[in-house]
Ligand binder design. Sequence first.
Ligand code: DX5
Ligand code: ZN
Length: 250
Amino acid sequence: MVRTIELAPSILAANFANLAADAKLALEGGGTLLHVDVMDGHFVPNITLGPPIVASLRKAIPDMTFDCHLMIENPDEYIPAFAESGANWISVHQEACVHLDRTLHLIEDHGCKPGVVINPATPVSTLDDVLDLVHHVLVMSVNPGFGAQKFIRNALRKISVLAEERERRGLNFRIEVDGGVALDTVADVVRAGAELLVAGNAVFGKGDIRENARKLLQTARSATSSDARGRKHRESEARKQGKRRASTAG
Ligand code: DX5
Ligand code: ZN
């Protein structure tokens, strides 16, 4: 499966008083998805935004994919409104959905791409029966609710398990990672198998937004290419080794 590395700037870290302008800068820096964090103060201890803000952003940024991350209880009640307001992808937490199969179908029925999210303490195995239904799986590498938190390295193992499971079952869901993705962690998440990279503080935190996004994406992509080069090198070495063994055995 060819992986396309994409950057999804998370507007949670942007200046809400200047949201559309900040978002556009991050997209000019190479972001191809806009990550929209929706928090209800119940599922997570923070409150952010709802469908009206998504609708306003949609007017200001008509042609960009909106990746809406719902950290809310009872997501079924709000999925139609987010779809109507301009969401393209909607992801819900496995921990918040009593009837996850039904919820994922509801997202699809409203014309959006369904995604499922797991918190740091939730095993990948909880998703076994929905991996063939989802467009993407979002692995949280922080406990949801806030930006600028420290990256939880256990997420790397979970990303690799998901990539292997995808390969083993011949599925094609995409792997997204969210929380603490920055210049010092992005290469590891890409090497583990993630391709959709959510970043808030690393893009909007400090300095030039466009430049931050560009550098992060470049670091991510060079991790894959050095990996590919490394793999190629290892494979040709193995072939040479095989030939040598064959000739000495002969
Ligand atoms: C946290 C959110 C993340 C957050 C990422 O609950 O889901 O999307 O904004 O921000 P950083 O990249 O700063 O950790
Ligand atoms: Zn998020």
